[in-house]
Ligand binder design. Structure first.
Ligand code: GTP
Ligand code: MG
Length: 1126
């Protein structure tokens, strides 16, 4: 625990205003864990000599070996500044993209963040991501520019150049924050405008013109930016243990030079210089060619220190400097052969980095009590729900958040952002702790007694004749004592065994923070899942109920007793009895109730917190199986544990029975497999090669063919001819015309659908992909509407939907798409995917998917036809797996051009008779029941009459099964055939990567990229360095081992990070076969030698056990061994 006792920390936990919850965020390898080491060392938890080398918070073995952090971990530190004591709950986070979900879990629990930027690399992709994450969670950042030593030692910049370089980095960071801020202000401004406008139109309806930039000028954004003179920037070299904000130097020089420190604070950073003659600080250093104050007073000192200690190793000068600074350096450090040791010994005393960082944190970052109302509302309103649409009791809880009170009466609100596994050995209950003095005396006493008894027994044995020992020495008595001994030994062995088993059990600890009230050990609480709905629960629960009562079960809510509470101290846990509001903590014994994240509260009105913002999409999937099939149950259990322990990994069992693990990237995958092997399943497992996802799509007829030759008219004729020929291939009941319109009739000949597949413009596909959440909300609204209910949607979301609609309209221009947006029937697959079902049936007006926008407008004309839902379901099925290799479709529009229902004459007649009669509810035909089951969504309140017709139709004898089922199948097939009637293409998932490399290895980087079908988008030189930044895209299918290969080929100089970016059409046609002699010779009979798309497609088909058309060697010839017969 270092030199701060547990009691001290417990006492500090009660002073909310003196708590700081913060995390360290940065791009990978910018030095977060090293900086954390320095802070940890300041509390005596590790020795300051080891700070920066130990990487204490990287407690996993693979973290130490690989040198990267893989999970976020917390530690509580104590710091005193300005006579006040602070408790700092510090969370170190990983920087590698694969683990960005761990960053989300950390950021949620904090009020502030230290953003670390490498002084050489500057702002990198992950730096931008973490700044955005901090922004989205409304937490305040401070900046640490780390690795300044690299500017001196590696880049060999002069202090003047370094100053310019640092200025540039600050500009870059501020530019990122600036963009975030601007977009937010503009958004808010638009919101206000909309409100103002609506009130205006109510009042006078007068025209008003708004200046869109007005918001920007009015809003004060000065607090946002990083600037050394505001005290929110520290310059540091974590590895050498030094760091400073300009305040340290301002104080130092104000004594020395007799200038007020407030003046120095304002002028040390910026275009100021010292006029020695006038003894004044003047503006305009740059224009007058003078040294800026920062260079002269700050950087020069550091530069000369490095020069003396590291470069020139000038002992005398060093000693002089040390004594002038009033420092003490041990002689063994002075004599050490590595100058870095001496350097860090001096610098960590002169400018201790922990001092600079922690005092900045205490001063600049908010305490938990200062949580803003805006953030609270954001946390409390899930998805599209408006804060003011929440139940009243729930809204009242906002006050509890804002008060952050640790009163007995305050409701307990805790958020669990992740679950992490700990060995049971690491739990404080099971840990061996040093004995206290009393215990030692007690044990000594016991041992002495035992010894005395044994001696007495020995003596008795030596004198068998003595009277009192007679009974014990008879043979029978001896035997019986032997038996009891053996029994004892046995039971002992048993208990040891169970203890060992118990030891092996994984314990999960919930990583959490208390937002209100006091959480106590043994307390009963509600555990609310992410899908919990307080308004529903409040209706079904008795008013004013508490956890102690016996309550009816409510979905996504459980009651449990808090088992144990822990203080998180990096690798160790300390037990606590209660944790007051505002603190980060660990909660034990929750594994039964919480999967990944949850909200804990004593009030059933508490809403679940908004889901975490995960930046990474899990994309790499592998199938895993045990080496020995009998160990399957262990694997299943292990996978379940892994799923719980990792915020981002997904575990699925496919219909084929395969156990699939989905991870964010290669490194993440490796870690998950290691965890599974060594920790959760403890068995040998084998993992398949990564399963690469593809998408299927159609394109417009290409203008050139595979060999880049113009497709002339001749070929077009050939294609039409081919289509005609293929017509014979289609089964009965299907007709395909040359324009790709497919007519398909259901087996009972009752309905015919005509479907055409049309490729969607790329922008539209992208729009659909980007707005999945909106589509989902719209879908939910329509669902509610069909049930006669309304869903309250946030005004902002409605605007976004409107915006989305306008964008769709502007991208779907032309004759073909006239009125298409209004006619959208459904999105798919899964009702929100990037494909569209279009209603082009003449005379059919169904309710629009944009219903939520037209709440006020009447939609009386619209009516839902019977079996509307079957058509949509058929479309959903067709888009879920395409005909090429059963992968989902993307960017395809299926236009239903005709839909004829042939109701038999008898039915029609029946219909007309029943026109005014009651709906035939009494019809209990089994088939109609199954029809209804499928049709529940389609039956709207107003279509009772039509329902009767459905039932009548269902009641007619049909040997092909329920009609709706037939229609679904027919629709699905129609979609598939219409898809096949167009030029089909495969789409590959693409990664983007940014590679930083020096000029010497640039060529090799390009070589690796082009070998793997990568494409370079951009290449630029990083200013002030000799590094190039290359931006490239790379198919996911070719990415495995890419990072390793690049690292090897460049001797570790370049290490790329791959981030999923988009889907891209592979231009080659997988079904192309050579037609001319030349092509035959070049590509072979089946053209499978160079057809990338075909290779991918066949690989997927093979994996899925589908039929693969392959050329098998027909006439194998024995080959001669040439050398022998020469
Ligand atoms: N020259 C120099 N190297 C540093 C400094 N700080 C850290 N490093 C080195 O940078 C490397 C990465 O440091 P870490 O602290 O593990 O980086 P990190 O940000 O925690 O990395 P991830 O957690 O994997 O994202 C290590 O080799 C450190 O020794 C510094 O101030 N100067
Ligand atoms: Mg780290």
């Amino acid at each position: 625990m270092g030199h701060t006792g547990l009691e001290k920390i417990v006492a500090l936990q009660k002073k909310t205003s003196h708590i700081r919850n913060l995390c360290i965020l940065a791009h990978v390898d910018h030095g977060k864990t090293t900086l954390a080491d320095c802070l940890v060392a300041s509390n005596g938890i590790i020795s300051s000599r080891l700070a920066g080398k130990l990487r204490y918070l990287d407690s996993r073995e693979d973290e130490q070996i690989r040198g990267i952090t893989m999970k976020s971990s917390a530690i509580s530190l104590h710091y005193t500044t300005g006579g006040k004591e602070y408790l700092i709950n510090l969370i170190d986070s990983p920087g590698h993209v694969d683990f960005s979900s761990e960053v989300s879990t950390a950021v949620r629990l904090c009020d502030g963040a230290i953003v670390v930027v490498d002084a050489v690399e500057g702002v990198c992709p992950q730096t931008q991501v973490v700044l955005r994450q901090a922004w989205l969670e409304n937490i305040r950042p401070v900046l640490v520019i780390n690795k300044i030593d690299r500017l001196i030692v590696e880049l060999k910049l002069t202090s003047q150049e370094a100053y310019a370089h640092l200025q540039k980095i600050l500009e870059q960071v501020n530019a990122v924050t600036g963009t975030l801020f601007t977009s937010k202000v503009l958004e808010e401004r638009a919101e206000k405008d909309a409100e103002a406008q609506s009130s205006c139109t109510e009042n006078d309806g007068g025209d008003q013109v708004y200046d869109w930039s007005a918001g920007l000028e009015e809003t004060d954004d000065s607090d946002l930016y990083f600037s050394p003179d505001r005290g929110n920037v520290v310059f540091a070299s974590a590895i050498d243990g030094w760091g400073f904000s300009i305040r340290q130097f301002a104080e130092m020089y104000s004594q020395k030079m007799g200038i007020r420190s407030s003046v120095l604070l304002k002028t040390l950073w910026g275009d100021f210089y010292l006029n020695a003659k006038a003894k004044k600080i003047m503006k305009g250093a740059q224009s007058k060619g003078k040294k800026a104050l920062f260079v002269q007073l700050v950087l020069d000192n550091i530069w000369s220190m490095y020069d003396a200690v590291v470069t020139r190793r000038d002992k005398e000068k060093v000693e002089k400097m040390v004594s002038s600074l009033g420092l003490k350096v041990m002689s063994r450090d002075l004599r050490h052969s590595d100058p870095k040791v001496l350097l860090s010994a001096i610098c960590s005393q002169w400018l201790p980095v922990s001092q600079a960082v922690l005092s900045m944190v205490c001063e600049k970052l908010p305490s938990p009590a200062e949580i803003s109302a805006e953030r609270v509302e954001k946390l409390m309103s899930v998805g599209a729900r408006r804060f003011d649409s929440l139940p009243e009791q729930t809204q009242e809880l906002k006050k509890a958040f804002l008060d952050c009170s640790a009163d007995e009466t305050a409701p307990v609100i805790v958020f669990v952002s992740k679950m992490f596994a700990v060995d049971s050995k690491a739990l404080p209950q099971n840990k061996q702790r040093p004995l206290t003095q009393e215990e030692i005396t007690q044990r000594r006493e016991l041992a002495r007694q035992r010894h005395a008894e044994r001696q007495a027994a020995n003596q008795r044995a030596e004198t068998p004749g003595s009277a009192d020992a007679g009974g014990a020495s008879t043979p029978a008595a001896l035997a019986s004592s032997a038996v009891t001994d053996a029994l004892c030994a046995q039971t002992e062995a048993l208990s040891v065994k169970t203890a060992v088993e118990e030891d092996n059990k994984e314990h999960f600890v919930a990583f959490a923070r208390v937002y209100s009230g006091v959480l106590r050990k043994g307390q009963k609480v509600f555990v609310l899942g992410p899908k919990y709905d307080p308004s529903m629960a409040l209706r079904s629960l008795p008013e004013g109920c508490s956890v102690a009562d016996v309550l009816p079960s409510v979905p996504h809510m459980a009651c449990c007793t808090v088992d144990s509470l822990y203080l998180l101290m990096g690798r160790e846990l300390e037990e606590l009895d209660d944790v007051p509001s505002g603190n980060v903590l660990g909660i034990g014994g929750m594994e039964e109730f919480i999967l990944k994240s949850a909200t804990i509260s004593t009030s059933p009105a508490c809403p679940p917190f908004t889901p975490l913002n995960f930046e990474a999409t899990p994309i790499v999937r592998v199938a895993v199986e045990p080496k020995h099939p009998s160990e399957m149950p262990k694997l299943v259990r292990g996978m379940r544990l892994l799923n719980q322990a990792d915020p981002c990994a997904e575990v699925l069992i496919q219909e084929t029975g395969e156990h699939v693990l989905v991870t964010a990237g290669e490194v993440h995958l490796q870690r998950c497999l290691d965890d599974l092997r060594e920790r959760f399943a403890k068995i040998e497992i084998s993992a398949s090669k990564p399963i690469i996802p593809f998408r299927e799509t159609v394109i417009r007829p290409p203008k050139v063919d595979m060999v880049n030759e113009d497709m002339g008219k001749q070929q077009k004729v050939a294609v039409i001819h081919q289509v005609k020929e293929e017509q014979t291939k289609y089964p009965e009941g299907i007709h395909v015309d040359s324009s790709g319109l497919v007519m398909l009739t259901t087996p009972n000949k009752m309905a015919t659908v005509g479907v055409r597949a049309i490729p969607l413009p790329e922008e539209v596909t992208r729009l659909l992909e980007d707005n999945v959440e909106l589509i989902r909300t719209m879908e939910q609204f329509s669902l509610f509407a069909r049930e006669g209910k309304t869903l309250d949607i946030n005004q902002k979301i409605l605007e976004n939907i409107q915006d989305f609609k306008v964008k769709l309209e502007s991208n779907l221009q032309g004759r073909k798409w006239r009125g298409a947006v209004e006619r959208i029937w459904a999105f798919g697959p899964r009702r929100c995917g990037p494909n569209i079902l279009l209603n082009s049936v003449e005379g059919y007006r169904r309710p629009s998917v944009w219903q939520c926008l037209e709440r006020e407008k009447e939609t009386e004309k619209a009516e839902i036809r019977d079996f509307d839902n079957s058509i949509a379901s058929g479309f959903q099925l067709a888009t879920l797996s395409g005909p090429m290799c059963e992968e989902p479709l993307m960017g395809v529009c299926f236009s239903v051009e005709s839909w004829d229902m042939k109701l038999s004459a008898a039915l029609a007649q029946q219909d007309s008779i029943e026109e005014d009669s009651q709906p035939a509810e009494q019809n209990n035909d089994k088939q109609s029941e199954s029809c209804e089951a499928l049709e529940t969504n389609a039956s709207s309140a107003g279509s009772n009459r039509s329902r009767s017709r459905v039932e009548a139709a269902g009641s007619s004898v049909d040997c092909y099964g329920p009609f709706s089922g037939q229609l679904i199948a027919a629709m699905k097939e129609a979609c598939r055939y219409s898809f096949q009637a167009k030029p089909q293409r495969l789409m590959a998932a693409m990664y983007t990567c940014e590679i930083m490399a020096t000029a010497e290895v640039l060529g090799r980087v390009y070589a690796v990229l082009s070998k793997r079908e990568g494409r370079v988008l951009q290449e630029e030189m990083k200013e002030g360095t000799d590094m190039f930044i290359i931006k490239a895209v790379l198919p996911v299918a070719e990415s495995f081992g890419f990072a390793d290969e690049i690292r090897k080929r460049t001797s570790g100089l370049a290490s790329p990070q791959l981030v999923f970016s988009h889907w891209e059409v592979i231009s080659s046609d997988p079904f192309w076969v050579p037609t001319t002699e030349e092509e035959y010779l070049h590509f072979g009979e089946k053209a499978d030698s160079s057809n990338q798309a075909l290779k991918y497609m066949n690989a997927v088909r093979r994996r899925k056990g589908l039929y693969v058309e392959e050329k098998i060697v027909e006439h194998a010839e024995k080959q001669r061994t040439l050398s022998k017969n020469k």
